[in-house]
Design a protein around this ligand. Structure first.
Ligand code: OFO
Length: 174
C-alpha cells in the first residue's frame, strides 16, 4: 500500500510524463511540417519513451494497490522559431522532470517508503541520460549553425532511425 502523499505525488508524475509525451509529439509534428523527417522520427521516439515512463509509474501505483487518478493535460506548444529553439524547450522540460523526480525521491524517503525509493532509482539514472541526449543534440545543432547543409545532413543521418546516437551521441533505450 502507498501513503496518500506518495500516491498523489506519483499521480502528479504520471501527468508530467504524459505532458512530456504530448509536448514531444507536438515537436515531432512540427519537425514533420518543416520537412525535417529525421528530427521528427527522433523526437517521436522520445515522445514514445515518455509514454513508457508514464506507464512504469502507472503500473507501480497499481501494483501497490494505489489509485491512478489521471489529470487534464495542458495543450502543448505547436510552433518554434527553429529546430534549436524546439530542442532547447525539450531540454528545459527534461531539467524540470529531473527536479520533479528528485523531489519525489525525497518525499518517498521522508515517508519511509523504501519500495518507492528503490523503484525511483531507475528514473534518477534515466534522467542523466535524457538530459545528456538532448543536450548533445543541442550542441550539434549549435556547431552546424541550425540551418543549411549541416542541418540537412544531420536530418538525413537521423532519418529512418531513432537517431539517438547521431543527434545525441548516446543510445537511449527507454
Ligand atoms: Fe524525458 O523524462 Fe520521462 O522520466
Amino acid at each position: 500500500m502507498m501513503k496518500d502523499t506518495v500516491q498523489a505525488a506519483f499521480n502528479a508524475q504520471i501527468t508530467m510524463e504524459l505532458g512530456a509525451f504530448y509536448s514531444y509529439l507536438s515537436m515531432a509534428a512540427w519537425f514533420e511540417a518543416e520537412s525535417l523527417r529525421g528530427f521528427a522520427a527522433w523526437m517521436r521516439h522520445h515522445a514514445e519513451e515518455e509514454m513508457v515512463h508514464a506507464m512504469k509509474l502507472y503500473d507501480f501505483v497499481l501494483r501497490r494497490r494505489g489509485r491512478v487518478l489521471l489529470a487534464p493535460l495542458a495543450g502543448p506548444a505547436t510552433n518554434w522559431d527553429s529546430p534549436l529553439a524546439a530542442l532547447e524547450d525539450a531540454f528545459a522540460h527534461e531539467r524540470q522532470v529531473t527536479r520533479a523526480i528528485d523531489a519525489l525521491v525525497e518525499l518517498a524517503e521522508n515517508e519511509r517508503d523504501r519500495a518507492a525509493v528503490s523503484f525511483l532509482q531507475w528514473f534518477v539514472d534515466e534522467q542523466v541520460e535524457e538530459e545528456e541526449v538532448v543536450d548533445e543534440a543541442i550542441q550539434n545543432l549549435r556547431r552546424i549553425g541550425d540551418f543549411g547543409p549541416g542541418l540537412y545532413l544531420l536530418d538525413r543521418e537521423l532519418a529512418g532511425s531513432t537517431g539517438a546516437e547521431a543527434a545525441g551521441g548516446v543510445e537511449n533505450e527507454e
